[in-house]
Write a protein that binds this ligand. Structure first.
Ligand SMILES: Cc1cc2nc3c(=O)[nH]c(=O)nc-3n(C[C@H](O)[C@H](O)[C@H](O)COP(=O)(O)O)c2cc1C
Length: 187
């Protein structure tokens, strides 16, 4: 099983990254072939809302999204990981998701059948504060994105109260949960 991990934090080696690494290790231990994409290292322009994608399901912008589309289409499982930024996902990850409007056009306008459907999807998020609604916005965005790429929202790991760069290392239970999430996704 091919599992794609999308690391949405600009802080490499930070909490999101460490949690995703654990999840991907778990997936590997479950026999999956894993690939990790660090969104911040890519050049991904925001969607221009030109609706060029309605013609043939392809985005008119040429940038690093060109290498992401086939990964989104061909994976069998996907783990999205993001820090909470202003009650949402990071801007880097949001740009990647918005540019997947071309995949939305394929599904809902052009009625194209996806190559692999359904996929298994999981979401990992980490935020500094502890409010009830901390993850509500991010979860909605990821669920709608998963629908677009035909991924079922099968698991989530939402961690509150973590702020400093690799503070998550002081929470081995959270890292163990991330490992277990990845392993389960690979089943
Ligand atoms: C631009 C920005 C916005 C943030 N907004 C929130 C927020 O709305 N709620 C919250 O609890 N934490 C917020 N945080 C804190 C991060 O979610 C937190 O530090 C997290 O552990 C960062 O994960 P990372 O190390 O993977 O980047 C914000 C941090 C930044 C830099």
């Amino acid at each position: 099983m091919k599992i794609l991990g999308i690391m949405g934090s600009p802080r490499i080696g930070g909490n999101t990254d460490l949690l995703l690494e654990e999840a991907l290790q778990g997936a590997r231990s479950g026999g999956a072939e894993v690939e990790k994409v660090i969104v911040d290292k890519l050049k991904i322009a925001p969607c221009r809302e030109c609706y060029g994608c309605l013609r043939d399901g392809n985005c008119v912008i040429r940038d690093d999204m060109d290498e992401i589309y086939p990964k989104l289409l061909n994976c069998e499982g996907i783990i999205i990981a993001s820090p909470i930024f202003f009650y949402s996902i990071s801007a880097q990850l949001k740009a990647l998701i918005d540019r997947s409007q071309s995949l939305w056009a394929r599904k809902y306008i052009l009625k194209q059948k996806p190559v692999i459907s359904p996929k298994k999807g999981a979401f990992i998020a980490v935020g500094a504060t502890k409010g009830d609604n901390l993850f509500a916005g991010a979860v909605l965005t990821v669920k709608y994105f998963f629908k677009t790429i035909d991924a079922d929202y099968t698991a989530e790991l939402l961690i509150r109260g973590i702020d400093q760069k690799d503070e998550i290392k002081q929470h081995p239970a959270a890292l163990a949960e991330a490992f277990a999430l990845g392993k389960k996704l690979a089943e």
